[in-house]
Unconditional design. Structure first.
Length: 384
């Protein structure tokens, strides 16, 4: 396992780095000095890869640190959020189990990343990992793609047979037709299938991981998901939170993405200030991690200088289109304009004060001063 550390002082870094490796019981095979950093070869990736990598990045001499083996277990999942760390520990427990794993979360929350991490963390890591976009499977080809065909004219194996011993990721599993969902359920129950055109049963050993952007329970209610398949999948389940529920991770994610993008562009790492981070934390990120990465990539390519500014992001301003304020008890009768505005303002403040961790961030989100926010909260009797 190789670890690349970008550092301006590789020689002075070595003692603290070796002490860090010893603390984490890591066997260092070699250290190679290179023009812009240090290449460390380790006997194996640590079980606690995420906090280990975070601690290395916190060393004062370190500019960036990355495992060179992409998607090696959970080290690529950047987080310090307690809920996310608990999910990672839960995923580690699920990784080596046999039953199918269901990963649910909005678009861009990292479902594929978790699926690959579970595969890499399991005993199947040296075997194939096959990702299938169920939404992209033509209805008339789905069965032959999944299970294969041997009808005299065509003969090929399906991806379950091809992945024997490894893992198959069924992305957007609810996009399969109800007929294909029934065939998938049979395979999950029996571990065997028949190629189209054959009567012979084929037994394979495959771990199945399924993802869905919407809770499968709601799709069952809409008639888009078989209830029996839902119950088969809803045994081991990870529900990934949207980025707006882990705003404390935005500084970590921003630093990671900007280091990554700067390397891709072949330039010095872009810098930014606290106002830039506050702006990112005030945005709702309906596209989650993917939208954040794309916004930062756009900013890095368009920025006229190495210091990123909020306007470089070219984001639509956070607006009332997303606030979904509820107005129970809101009456238009015998109300002056000032009273109506006050009711709306109070409802808006109650909603956003529950979502933002401080009055400073709330003020930044609403585009008013911290003092104005504090006074309004006090006048409406709003508190946490």
């Amino acid at each position: 396992m190789q670890l690349w550390i970008e550092t301006y002082a590789p020689q002075s870094l070595v003692p603290s780095l070796l002490a860090h490796f010893a603390d984490h019981q890591l066997n260092v095979q070699s250290l190679t000095f290179q023009p812009k950093g240090l290449l460390c070869r380790l006997a194996k990736i640590p079980q606690n890869a995420t906090p280990c990598l975070t601690a290395i990045r916190d060393l004062p001499e370190v500019q960036s640190a990355e495992w060179l083996n992409a998607n090696q277990d959970f080290s690529e999942i950047i987080t310090a959020n307690p809920k996310m760390l608990a999910l990672i520990e839960q995923a580690k427990k699920f990784a080596d189990l046999t039953p199918p794993l269901l990963i649910q979360g909005e678009t861009g929350t990292g479902k594929d990343l978790f699926a690959k991490a579970c595969h890499q963390f399991s005993q199947r890591a040296s075997q194939k990992f096959i990702a299938v976009n169920c939404a992209g499977l033509p209805a008339d080809k789905a069965e032959t793609e999944m299970f294969g065909v041997n009808d005299g004219e065509h003969s090929h194996i399906g991806f379950f047979e091809y992945a024997h011993g490894g893992t198959v990721l069924l992305d957007s599993v609810a996009e399969l037709s109800l007929e294909m969902q029934a065939k998938l359920l049979r395979f999950l129950n029996d571990g065997s299938f028949r190629r189209l055109g054959e009567d012979r049963e084929i037994q394979v050993d495959v771990r199945v991981i399924c993802t869905s952007q919407q809770p499968l329970s709601s799709l069952v209610a809409e008639g888009k998901m078989r209830e029996d398949l839902y119950h088969r999948l809803n045994v081991l389940c990870l529900n990934l939170p949207p980025l707006r529920e882990r705003l404390d991770d935005i500084p970590l994610l921003t630093a990671h993405f900007i280091r990554q993008i700067s390397r891709q562009l072949g330039v010095e790492t872009f810098s930014y200030d606290q106002h830039f981070l506050d702006y990112l934390q005030g945005y709702r990120w309906s596209g989650n991690l993917r939208e954040l990465y794309n916004a930062l990539y756009r900013a890095c390519t368009l920025a006229p200088a190495q210091q990123l500014q909020t306007h470089d992001l070219n984001l639509s301003e956070p607006s009332l289109r997303e606030c979904n304020v509820h107005f129970e008890g809101f009456s238009l009768e015998n109300q002056s304009l000032d009273q109506l505005v006050g009711q709306f303002e109070a409802a808006l403040l109650r909603k956003y004060y529950a979502e933002y961790p401080s009055t400073r961030k709330l003020a930044q989100r609403l585009g008013i001063s911290h003092t104005a926010v504090a006074n309004k909260l006090r006048s409406y009797g709003i508190s946490k």
